[in-house]
Ligand binder design. Structure first.
Ligand SMILES: Cc1cc2nc3c(=O)[nH]c(=O)nc-3n(C[C@H](O)[C@H](O)[C@H](O)COP(=O)(O)OP(=O)(O)OC[C@H]3O[C@@H](n4cnc5c(N)ncnc54)[C@H](O)[C@@H]3O)c2cc1C
Length: 396
């Protein structure tokens, strides 16, 4: 029974973790919160499986074995089956090629059903819920969960719906990278820290659960015009080129803790970006330029091809307004290329990093293989992991 209650607590915690409460996500970053979500869900499944197995072995009658099970036992088995399906589907999402949006909606619906069934299973079985106090506590926690659902699915979208935005411009940065600018309709815009991201919904209502996360690429000093840099990857990102000026956009933001503003005392910053990972870093550089920040900055910007390096001309020009050195790294450069080539390796870092390597704050954003390789190379060069911030564009 204790295992069952522990599993119930873990399952309930999942809703809190994914409710986008800034207080929970801010100290760790949203990607870490989602990792914890994943591992707690697996841990919870192990607990509930052990609970079911123990009851089945020690008290088969209670588990409904040998006779037609009571409804609350069916609810318990249903919750366990749903939870197992949820975990399996999430772990195998890529291998089974499930469409992200469809998977996400099914995931949310199955989680609500599983938790509802688990609550009813516990309530109806009445174990350890004999006293009025126990029952009252249980009712309060179940009520808290319902309130959380109402907040996530009804109240927050309603708040987003009250602050609409419209598309102001759409233009190609490279063949597959687009800049989208949006402006507020009837409100003052958005206060955010440079490097934070937004959940963006287009052509759907804010209640549709069809939102995509994108880093805000514009300056935090210009809250009345947000810009996003979007790389074509799947259905949604391939459709942004067809956005029409004036079209309605919904924005739930700001989120994330990948920002220079969280390190006001840092003496210098080093940014390492790969491909569209430049988006949050561009926001930080644009903001620092608007603020005339005097601190020394280094940007290492890796791309497969020179033609694919979005915003490179603007980044180079920012050196006029900032103490900024830009090092473009091109994997397959044109024949006349005299700059860095290949990947961001330990050798390259050793060559480019300032002598005061240890005192800088590092911001990494790019494909996971790149960020992993750069993190370990920085470690070998003596940079403390506490000074390295990474933003991953993959939540699951
Ligand atoms: C914090 C954060 C910031 C990001 N910033 C940028 C950015 O500035 N520019 C940019 O081009 N991309 C960014 N991304 C990635 C971007 O969200 C995905 O590329 C986009 O959602 C893919 O959608 P799709 O339908 O085009 O592709 P799909 O083929 O449907 O999805 C490709 C992958 O993107 C992820 N994904 C898809 N839909 C969602 C969703 N609704 N919510 C979360 N993840 C999803 C999944 O891992 C999926 O496997 C960011 C992601 C995160 C988590």
């Amino acid at each position: 029974m204790a295992l069952g209650y522990a599993a119930l607590a873990l399952l309930g915690l999942q809703f809190l973790l994914t409710a986008r409460f800034k207080l929970i996500a801010l100290p760790f970053g949203i990607d870490l919160v989602y990792y914890v979500h994943r591992y707690l869900a697996i841990g919870g499944l192990a607990l509930v499986t052990a609970h079911a197995a123990l009851v089945a072995v020690r008290q088969p009658a209670l588990a409904g074995l040998g006779a037609w099970p009571e409804p609350h036992v069916v609810a318990g088995i249903g919750a366990w089956a749903l939870w197992s399906g949820l975990v399996l589907a999430a772990l195998l999402r890529r291998q089974t090629r499930q469409h992200y949006d469809a998977w996400r909606r099914l995931h949310a619906a199955a989680a609500v059903l599983a938790y509802g069934a688990a609550l009813w299973h516990v309530w109806a079985s009445g174990r350890y819920l004999e006293s009025t106090v126990d029952r009252a506590l249980f009712a309060v926690s179940a009520g808290g969960w319902l309130a959380l659902l109402a907040w996530v699915r009804a109240v927050r979208p309603a708040w987003v719906a009250r602050r609409p935005w419209r598309v102001d411009s759409v233009h190609a940065e490279t063949e597959r990278v687009w800049s989208i600018a949006v402006v507020p309709v009837g409100h003052g815009g958005l206060r955010f820290q440079p490097g934070q991201f937004a959940w963006v919904t287009v052509r759907r209502s804010p209640w549709s659960m069809r939102e995509h996360p994108f880093s805000i690429a514009s300056s935090a000093e210009r809250p009345a015009r947000l810009e996003f840099t979007v790389k074509e990857r799947g259905d949604f990102t391939r459709s942004v080129r067809r956005l029409a000026v004036g079209e309605r956009v919904w924005i739930d933001a700001p989120y994330g803790c990948f920002s220079v503003d969280r390190h006001p005392a840092a003496p210098r910053f080093v940014f390492i970006a790969g491909g569209v990972g430049i988006a949050p870093i561009l926001s930080m550089l644009r903001t620092l330029a608007d603020r005339r920040d005097p601190r020394p900055l280094l940007l290492i910007y890796a791309n497969d091809a020179l033609a694919g390096a979005a915003h490179l001309a603007e980044l180079l020009a920012l050196s006029d307004r900032l103490d900024l050195r830009v090092v473009p790294v091109i994997k397959d450069p044109p024949p006349d290329w005299t700059g860095e080539r290949g990947y961001v390796t330990r050798d390259l870092l050793e060559r480019c990093l300032p002598r005061e390597t240890r005192a800088a704050e590092y911001f990494l954003c790019g494909p996971p293989p790149m960020t992993e390789a750069v993190e370990s190379a920085l470690g070998e060069l003596g940079v403390s992991p506490w000074r390295i911030r990474t933003e991953l564009f993959d939540l699951v």
